[in-house]
Design a protein around this ligand. Structure first.
Ligand code: HAM
Length: 429
């Protein structure tokens, strides 16, 4: 019987597997991960790691009972033992991050944290291009500040990530959805505008009008999109403080030269947002064009039992960034590939290979008993700059032959120490 990966999941093999989907190779992932880590460090963010499953209740209390993610998409299971608690694979990393911040009393040690994370998330959605059941999120949570400059900084940071990843075709849309002071008034204004037209909306929206009327703005059904484009915008109902906050965010984005548009339809599908919300999308992706989503959440920390502090963050789908990248990444090239001219020379060659590795060089040899010709073919395919050849003559002299794969035919017999020095030199040149 042949097994297949579960629907909505993907394997990421090494680059030499040459899969039809260019993004499915670990060389590309590693190169993106390195760039992303470098961007996070440059912006002063520190890494946090949390479990991939949490108590189901955590997501109900934070992401929200009426969000699609919690309502329909969580992979939940009962814990073992007497307690019989319900756990869920994390559909997003924000709730676990805030739980961790509070559990380890981070805010007592320092009142403002800039945290980043990268890891798997799980949503039981219908799989399609760019939409998976297991996917990878990279993101940040800046916990402990209500400063609009931090909102802008998260967006500038993600734009920088896209730049270093080589994604040129992107768009940033931002909006303000108000705060505890002005949201109530906006909710009533929305309900008043939706109610007379309610029969024209989809079933989901008709249900949402009572439970969470804001989600109507997020509906993707074309009929609902047309109807909701005529609805009042949150910013028109925003209080003076929210307007001021939005103006400062815009000013900071302009100052940084980060292009954006204000889009009153951006409301986000999770319940914890206040004030600023934003989405990055890419025209080079298909229907699932959202690269990144985020926003401010000034009440979540308090609602989860922590102090009354503001926070803002974003998360992006790594697979989607890779899909939008224009350039691939080459697999890392080893420094050498070692070739044994006779089978009995494989053992001393193995010793030599390991000595060179201990000296900090990267390289490999054949482990399948291949012919000399096939070993050289391997050396070529590995992308190594040098072939390290051990024949009976070199073995008798305690030497190896170094063959420069770039300069056809150029080879010389050297001691292993000389080989190590030459390899280091040659690899740098
Ligand atoms: P989100 O918009 O639900 O926000 O997800 C963020 C990103 O994750 C999306 O823009 C998309 O790129 C990616 N994504 C979501 N679902 C899938 C999927 N099924 N397959 C592939 N990629 C997917 C959040 O998760 C919030 N926690 C963001 C945040 C952090 N807000 C504040 N802090």
């Amino acid at each position: 019987m042949k097994f297949r990966a579960p629907e909505g999941t993907r394997d990421i093999p090494p680059a030499q597997a040459e899969t039809a989907e260019r993004w499915r190779n670990t060389a590309l992932w590693q190169s993106l991960e390195a760039k992303v880590r470098e961007c996070f460090a440059r912006f002063g963010y520190e890494e946090i790691r949390t479990p991939i499953f949490e108590l189901t209740e955590l997501f109900h209390k934070s992401s929200g009972e009426t969000s699609d993610v919690v309502e329909k998409e969580m992979f939940s299971f009962k814990g073992r033992g007497e307690k019989g608690e319900s756990f869920s694979l994390r559909p997003e990393l924000t709730p676990g991050t805030i739980r961790a911040v509070l559990e380890d009393s981070l805010l007592e040690k320092k009142s403002f944290w800039k945290l980043w994370y990268m890891g798997p998330a799980f949503r039981g959605e219908a799989p399609q291009a760019g939409r998976f059941r297991q996917f990878t999120q990279l993101g940040v949570e800046a916990v402990g500040s209500a400063d609009p400059l931090v909102d802008a900084e998260t967006m500038i940071l993600f734009a920088e990530i896209l730049k270093s990843a080589g994604v040129a075709a992107w768009e940033l849309r931002i909006n303000s959805i108000g705060c505890g002071t002005c949201r109530g008034g906006y909710r009533e204004a929305l309900r008043a505008a939706v109610t007379p037209e309610l029969p024209k909306y989809c079933e989901n929206c008709r249900r949402r009008v009572e439970r969470n009327v804001f989600r109507i703005l997020d509906c993707k059904v074309p009929g609902c999109v047309a109807l909701s484009s005529l609805l009042p915008a949150a910013i028109d109902h925003a209080c003076a403080a929210c307007r001021g906050h939005m103006a400062s965010v815009e000013e900071a984005l302009k100052g940084a030269g980060t292009p954006y548009t204000v889009d009153p339809r951006i409301v986000r599908g999770l319940d914890y947002y206040t004030r600023t919300v934003f989405e990055f999308s890419s025209s080079s992706l298909g229907a699932q064009n959202a690269l990144c989503g985020g926003g401010r959440y000034d009440t979540l920390v308090r609602d989860m039992g922590g102090p009354d502090v503001g926070s803002v963050g974003f998360a992006a789908g790594v697979e989607r960034i890779l899909l939008a990248m224009e350039q691939g990444a080459a697999a890392a090239r080893p420094d050498f590939f070692a070739v044994a001219i006779r089978p009995e020379l494989r053992a001393p060659l193995f010793e030599a290979v390991n000595r060179l590795r201990r000296a900090g060089l990267s390289g490999d040899m054949d482990f399948e008993g291949k012919s000399i010709k096939a070993q050289f073919r391997r050396a070529d395919k590995s992308g190594a700059r040098y072939a390290l050849v051990l024949g009976p003559e070199e073995a008798a002299q305690g030497k190896v032959k170094l063959k420069d794969m770039l300069k056809e035919g150029e080879e010389r017999a050297v001691s292993l120490d000389e080989a190590a020095a030459a390899l280091k030199e040659g690899v740098r040149s």
